[in-house]
Ligand binder design. Structure first.
Ligand code: PMV
Length: 353
């Protein structure tokens, strides 16, 4: 495992005065949820998490950089073609946090042009894809400056930087199943950056679809960065952390054995536990909307009657991710469109990469 200091590049930089880099990065959906971070530490999770990186749900970021001529640095941000000054504080905080590890940033002005192919701040992890896309762009600049930079280091540092922007973003750097946070049963897992899940998984878990039901497109009322902090005074936090730890062990064994029903039960339990934490924090909050609940009941009824492998998970928002094996696609997708469409603003068909 790399320590923090390895990401501080001591090598000499080549000189370039300007350029443009473009990167695309996907969103991810957590199976074991990251909720809560260590106090007085920067983006260190209270528990380890595991996610699937998603296909066809992504952010594209183009980062133009030019050598500073006057003393003051300028950073401009355009989201879907429009200048978005409201996003700047988060970006400036991010640049400040990573300045120690990317000292070359201070010499450039930046124009960030970014777009998502899905609604932002609506429970589809837009901060994960946008922060990882931006971090990949920054690493692309670093690659231009340090010719000896290796691919393995590139990805580890991109994940490390992404984490400093938005915790779960560090998992979006890799495809497939990705782990972030130290867990004693997962080799090389650590709190600083994510790693691809290092063990063999049953073939059923390599072909999973994720159909995302967008129930509410409006930006979230509670940002996850705030929600994490509320775990510090949540009376159930300790039990949750124990449970997350146990669930990770259960997931490791499920992934090996290929038991999809157990997998489904586990991810639904994780999703509802995340919402239970949100509901029992101080201040408390409710992210689900009436149609979220309607969908969950529908899924349970459908499963009981059809015996199909359709399970849900949730982020810290109202939208629902429906996970199922690709071999059951025809029947399940038809049912989703005929029975659930009326509860949604839109349906996004994705897959676990
Ligand atoms: O990375 P953040 O700070 O947006 O937190 C994300 C938290 C959840 O999406 C709710 C869970 C997770 O592990 O992705």
């Amino acid at each position: 495992m790399f320590e923090k200091k390895f990401f501080f590049n001591t090598k000499k930089y080549s000189i370039i005065s300007n350029g443009v880099v473009t990167k695309k990065s996907p969103s991810n959906i957590a199976l074991i949820k990251y909720w809560g971070k260590k106090q007085n530490k920067i983006q260190i999770p209270l528990n380890s998490s595991m996610s699937y990186t998603l296909g066809e749900v992504y952010t594209v970021t183009r980062l133009s950089f030019s050598m500073i001529e006057r003393k003051k640095r300028s950073i401009k941000l355009f989201f879907s073609g429009k200048e978005k000054k409201s996003f700047l504080p988060k970006i400036l905080k991010f640049f400040h946090r990573i300045s120690f590890y990317c000292s070359y940033l201070q010499y450039f002005n930046f124009v960030i042009e970014t777009y998502n192919n899905f609604p932002h701040s609506s429970g589809i992890a837009s901060s994960a894809s946008s922060m990882s896309a931006l971090s990949l762009c920054i690493m692309e600049i670093e690659k231009k400056l340090v010719s000896s930079l290796k691919e393995d280091f590139f990805l580890k540092k991109a994940s490390f930087l992404s984490r400093l922007g938005s915790g779960s973003a560090c998992r979006s750097i890799y495809p497939g199943l990705v782990v972030w946070g130290y867990h004693k049963s997962i080799k090389n897992s650590n709190n600083l950056y994510a790693i691809p899940y290092p063990y063999k998984v049953h073939p059923i878990f390599t072909k999973i679809l994720d159909t995302i039901l967008v129930i509410d497109e409006t930006p979230k009322k509670i940002l996850s960065s705030t929600g994490h902090q509320f775990m510090s005074n949540n009376p159930y936090a300790k039990s949750r952390l124990k449970c997350a730890h146990k669930n990770m062990n259960r997931l490791i064994s499920i992934l090996k054995m290929g038991d999809f029903k157990e997998f489904g039960k586990l991810i639904e339990h994780e999703a509802l536990t995340l919402h239970a934490m949100i509901m029992t924090s101080d201040p408390y909050f409710l992210c689900m909307k009436p149609n979220t609940i309607n969908v969950l009941y529908k899924v349970w009824d459908f499963r009981k009657q059809s015996k199909k492998n359709l399970y849900f998970t949730l982020d810290a928002g109202a939208n629902v991710h429906l996970l199922y094996p690709i071999k059951e696609k025809k029947f399940i997708l038809k049912w989703i469109y005929s029975e659930l469409f009326s509860f949604c603003k839109k349906i996004i068909e994705s897959f676990c990469q």
